[in-house]
Design a protein around this ligand. Structure first.
Ligand code: S3P
Length: 435
């Protein structure tokens, strides 16, 4: 994590030119994990050099996996095979990364050795019972502090497959159970209340695992080995989202964001912004490493409020902070419902966005599972990101169309998912500097 510091963000110039954002966080985590337990050597191109994904790579190094970095954004992972991980000598530090902790809990539940997963102050407050409980039903033993990290995982347990209906739509829990399922006797079957990102399923298949999946459903048999393969990581849609919204809001903007991952379980924001009146075009659609990618071209357009259809929530779960900003600048009201999960992200994202937007002069009515945002003119002020990377970047975007400067506090954690955001933004036209 970067040291804590603040930004002063202010109205910038129209966004223009061609932008490339770094690699996808979710895919980078999974690529290292699967490559580490595969037979053979895998190369990962486009690996996200963020604190979260580096924490995952470091965890596997601590478990005896050789990981080389021939150049930034590339990793060569020398897989040790499905049973080749070694006991780590100290707790594995997941930093701020919920994905690292939850997926590793699944992967480590079936190992022969004990391990402990720890995290930073924010991660230490995030709910882990949702992953502990189904892993316990598979035969794992994980001790925690009333469902909170650190997680102490007892090795040497024999796991059995599970047939499980997830109570919440969560790709992290689904993935943890599939990874545990690799070490379990029999079949593991997961059903989701609404489909979530299917990167684990796609990537297990790319690593040679026999897995059956469809939106909202996945099943695999334990006892399979993984075969090393090369992975090309597309640019992270969630990082692109900040520039998509900024270009929509700032008059005379016209930007192209290149080779962005377009997995339909991630791009719900596009449909919502288009329904609000955004001018967004998709060009150069192709596939890279089994994932759809495309250029996203965004021009400024006036936005109007809508009722966000609940069926889009899972497909844009990480984009709500910046959608709050779009809604704050839109004419009329925007209603968000069915998004209670936002309250257990890196911060309570409903509360932190509502609080910050009110400081900037916008009326926001909070509900337990969403908010009603009354669009208006954003003004300057001082907001707190509560150490949440996406909140910090969302307020930097808000500042681009505010009437005065916005001081954004505690932005160090932006390095977890989008190192270089400030430089990238400044190049594109953002008014943004370190305080
Ligand atoms: C992720 C899943 C989502 C998302 C997170 C990354 C993943 O979390 O919010 O940023 O990589 O599987 P949940 O599984 O808690 O919804």
């Amino acid at each position: 994590m970067e040291s804590t510091h603040d930004w002063i963000a202010g109205p910038g110039t129209p966004l223009h030119g061609c932008l490339t954002v770094p690699g996808d966080k979710s895919i980078s985590h999974r690529a290292v994990m699967l490559a580490a337990i595969a037979d053979g050597t895998s190369r990962i191109d486009g690996f996200l050099e963020g604190a979260d994904t580096r924490a995952t790579a470091a965890a596997f190094v601590a478990m005896g996996v050789r990981v080389e970095m021939p150049e930034p954004s590339v990793r060569i992972v020398h897989g040790v095979g499905i049973d080749g991980l070694k006991a780590p000598q100290s707790p594995l530090d997941c930093g701020n990364a919920g994905t690292a902790m939850r997926l590793l809990a699944g992967l480590l539940a079936g190992q022969s050795f004990d391990s402990t997963l720890a995290g930073d102050a924010s991660l230490s407050k995030r709910p882990m019972q949702r992953v502990i409980e189904p892993l316990h039903s598979m035969g794992a033993r994980i001790d925690s502090d009333q469902g909170l990290p650190p997680l102490r995982i007892t090795g040497g347990r024999s796991l059995k497959g599970i047939d499980y209906d997830l109570p919440v739509a969560s790709a992290q829990i689904k993935s943890a159970l599939l990874l545990a399922g690799l070490y379990a006797d029999g079949e593991t079957i997961i059903r989701e209340p609404s489909p979530t990102r299917d990167y684990t399923e796609r990537m297990l298949q790319a690593f040679g695992v026999d897995i059956v999946y469809a939106p909202g459903h996945a099943r695999l048999h334990g006892g399979q080995r993984l075969r090393a393969t090369d992975v090309v990581v597309p640019a992270d849609f969630s990082s692109a989202a900040f520039f998509i919204v900024a270009a929509s809001l700032v008059a005379r903007s016209d930007v192209r964001i290149t080779r962005v991952g377009m997995n339909p379980r991630r791009t719900g924001l596009l449909a919502v912004l288009q329904a609000m009146g955004a001018d967004i075009r998709i060009e150069n659609a192709s596939a890279e490493g089994g994932e759809p990618v495309a250029d996203i071209i965004v021009r400024h357009a006036p936005l109007h409020g809508i009722d966000v259809p609940a069926e889009h929530v899972a497909d844009m779960i990480d984009e709500f902070p910046v959608l709050f900003v779009a809604a704050a600048s839109a004419s009329g009201t925007t209603r968000i419902t069915g998004a209670a999960e936002l309250r257990v992200k890196e911060s309570d994202r409903i509360a932190t966005m509502a609080q910050g937007l009110r400081t900037l002069g916008i009326r926001v009515d909070e509900t337990p599972d969403g908010a009603t945002i009354h669009g208006g003119q954003l003004r300057g002020g001082r907001v707190d990101s509560h150490g949440d990377h996406r909140i910090a970047m969302a307020f930097a975007v808000a500042a681009q169309c505010a009437s005065g400067d916005v001081a954004v506090g505690d932005v160090g954690n932006v390095a977890t998912s989008l190192p270089g955001f400030a430089e990238l933004g400044a190049r594109a036209g953002f008014g943004l500097r370190s305080a």
